[in-house]
Design a protein around this ligand. Sequence first.
Ligand SMILES: NC(=O)c1ccc[n+]([C@@H]2O[C@H](COP(=O)([O-])OP(=O)(O)OC[C@H]3O[C@@H](n4cnc5c(N)ncnc54)[C@H](O)[C@@H]3O)[C@@H](O)[C@H]2O)c1
Length: 425
Amino acid sequence: MKAKKSVSRRQFLATAAAATAPMILPQGVLAINGRPGANDRIVTGHIGVGGQGRGLLNPFRENAGMLCDVDSNQVGNAMKMLGRELPTAKDFREVLDRNDIDAVVIAAPDHWHGIMSVWACEAGKDVYCEKPASRTIEEGQKMIKAVRRYGRIMQIGSQGRSTPAAQAAFNYIQNGMLGEIKRIDCWHVENWTGGDPNKTSTPPAELDWDLWLGPQRWVPYNEDRVHFNFRWMLDYGDGFIRDRGAHVFSVMNWVMGLDLKAPYRVSATGQAPTQGLWDVPITFDATFEYKNPDLLVTWSQPGERAGDHDFGAVYHGTKDTLIIRGGDGGTYTEDKAMQYVPPTDGKHARVSPGHQRDFLDAVKSRKDPIMTIEAGHRVATQCNLAAISYKIGRPVEWDIEKELFVGDAEANALISNPGRGPWHI
Ligand SMILES: NC(=O)c1ccc[n+]([C@@H]2O[C@H](COP(=O)([O-])OP(=O)(O)OC[C@H]3O[C@@H](n4cnc5c(N)ncnc54)[C@H](O)[C@@H]3O)[C@@H](O)[C@H]2O)c1
């Protein structure tokens, strides 16, 4: 069912239609060499084809039907990598408006995930959206509403839970091999520092800078802000707590059965940089307290490494401990869990055929994928609670049901983003 489009999209399309010739796709353009357009092929539109977006063209190689990026060089590189001609756009609303695109793959920076996902659902598309699900807590709430209201499929790109190691850890933990788990300690290397505030310049011709910024406050172009570097600024990323927290906490919530839970108290501190453009804290320490089950989760940058990996987590149980290194595509756990065979009547992890394949299967079956928007929203919330506690400089209490901070107007003001121009959901 095609849903009603938002007013701002409609306004855009009216103007765009007047300004540009319609893009009519010749028959066969979407077909792969030797495999002309099977009827059941899901056609994907790729929004944001930088580092991760280009990587995702591999698993979606046979599905890709359109490439979109505000930087035409990125589109050119992606097309070269893919090795075939596809329709392209700078403005993602052109992707949403096409009837020949079934699903979108969003790998633009975090500050775009909420708007693009909600508008894609409104346009009747299914969505594979990169992690973290959203930049703000309110955006995540709206993504859930849009997915359920319009009956869409959405997979959040925290692919760790689709790995054999996470599945082994799930079986080991869920069948009680660690006993009761009261504490999980996560470690991660420090955030990056640097960026040159004096590199401000006119944006390069290939880049639509205003459209890169979108809902974020306008600032002059600086090459140290864009392409990968957005992670190191509080306006776009929040450093590794969201970038990799979205992986570590996704695995954690899944193996612990906490997908729909949230901490009730969070406290975070960090050491702010004294120079450079990038303003995320260099070190970052956070604690998350849970009730029912009682659990303390700590996140420490740099923290104590429990293995040869930049990040990971140690699960402390009453009977044993388990280390899970990584949490993204590279997720590893100990042999004792890898070799563990759960009893037939025990708990068994859902086995994913691979995170992107799992999404495509869900699009066909119309059943939820492994990393739903509800789970993704809780993970992003967890990351955001810590980032907000750091920004306001005190611990925060979180009302899990209302999804509001308790008695803290300053913290509640950071749940949403004021937006800019037409960029609101
Ligand atoms: N799942 C994973 O393992 C994984 C790994 C890396 C990145 N990511 C996620 O992918 C996202 C992108 O990260 P990246 O490292 O690839 O960043 P990147 O800067 O390399 O790529 C982002 C691309 O999006 C484009 N873009 C920005 N605004 C746009 C808009 N309005 N419309 C279309 N394109 C737009 C940029 O020009 C850029 O090419 C982030 O949310 C990140 O957290 C996930």
